[in-house]
Design a protein around this ligand. Structure first.
Ligand code: AMP
Ligand code: MG
Length: 276
């Protein structure tokens, strides 16, 4: 039961993975609502998107802080939908979205962070990663694309990489969208049944679904190993799109608020100038 206290605590506090804690996704309630009501969701989301729009406008004008948002989750967890809704609040010029697919031969010829580093946002930008360097401890682990002795060292590389980025001024927010296996089945079925969604369906997804347990283990360890004070993971219950959108929007808006982005001061003499 969600308490009144939950309602007040804010999603950042409720959903952050505390460094050093253990994560159990098998018992995680992906349908949780934390006392929020669906009837209020439309208004709540409109409010949070308005906050995001204002904050991004300031961040962009100030051109001081890069912000990196990493979105991970199993197939059909809602990565694309979340990004569509959240990025919809922003000026596209300041919001590069990068989707990381199966690495190309050129990418595979380099270390796994090579292709990622090039897309880290610059000052004033909010860069969104749809999948990320975390694939290199997820799909790579589950499919044994690299031996364990190789991928296991990557948790430390990733912590150090993200430490370097934050030391250099990047703000990092990592969102893990958690759905349960029933919800995934329904979403895959929907992809089969709805002609407008059929393009998204692949038989490969069904093969991946058989490895749910392996992915769960990989996600849990990723969250445990790489949630840090400087680059925290948030585990967002994502069975309900409305709650998911609200939670991600609020986490991001509260993070941006913390940067106190401000419009740069006008040049000397601008104030009061009459334009003829
Ligand atoms: P989608 O997000 O549906 O467009 O699919 C992208 C696919 O690329 C997924 O199946 C990912 O697992 C895969 N992918 C992303 N990064 C990597 C990587 N580093 N190694 C192998 N496969 C990857
Ligand atoms: Mg897919």
């Amino acid at each position: 039961m969600a308490s009144r206290k939950d309602r007040k605590r804010g999603f950042r506090e409720l959903l952050a993975v505390r460094p050093g804690s253990t994560v159990d996704l098998a018992t995680f309630d992906a349908g949780a609502t934390f006392g929020r009501a669906k009837e209020d969701a439309e208004t709540d989301l409109a409010n949070v998107l308005a906050r995001l729009a204002d904050l991004q406008g300031r961040l962009w004008a100030e051109a001081k802080h890069p912000v990196l948002v990493v979105v991970q989750g199993i197939d059909a967890a809602g990565k694309d939908g979340t990004i569509r809704v959240i990025a919809g609040a922003f000026n596209p010029q300041g919001t590069p979205v990068t989707s990381f697919k199966v690495p190309s031969p050129v990418e595979l010829a380099h270390d796994y962070l090579w292709r990622v580093h090039a897309h880290v946002p610059g000052k004033g930008e909010i860069g969104i990663f749809n999948r990320s360097h975390y694939e290199d401890v997820l799909v790579v682990r589950v499919h044994e694309l690299a031996p364990e002795e190789r991928w296991r060292k990557r948790y430390a590389h990733i912590r150090d990489f993200e430490r370097m980025l934050t030391d250099e001024g990047v703000t990092i927010v990592k969102i893990f969208l958690a759905i349960d296996p029933d919800e995934q089945r329904e979403r895959f079925q929907e992809r089969v049944d709805d002609p407008a969604k059929r393009w998204k369906f692949s038989f490969g997804d069904l093969e991946e679904r058989k490895r749910w347990g392996d992915y769960r283990k990989a996600f849990e360890e990723m969250l445990e190993e790489t949630s840090t004070e400087y680059a925290p993971w948030y585990v967002v219950p994502a069975n309900r799109n409305w709650l998911r959108n609200l939670a991600v929007g609020e986490i991001l808006a509260d993070t941006l608020d913390g940067l106190e982005p401000a419009y740069p001061p006008a040049a000397e003499g601008v104030e009061g100038t009459k334009v003829e």
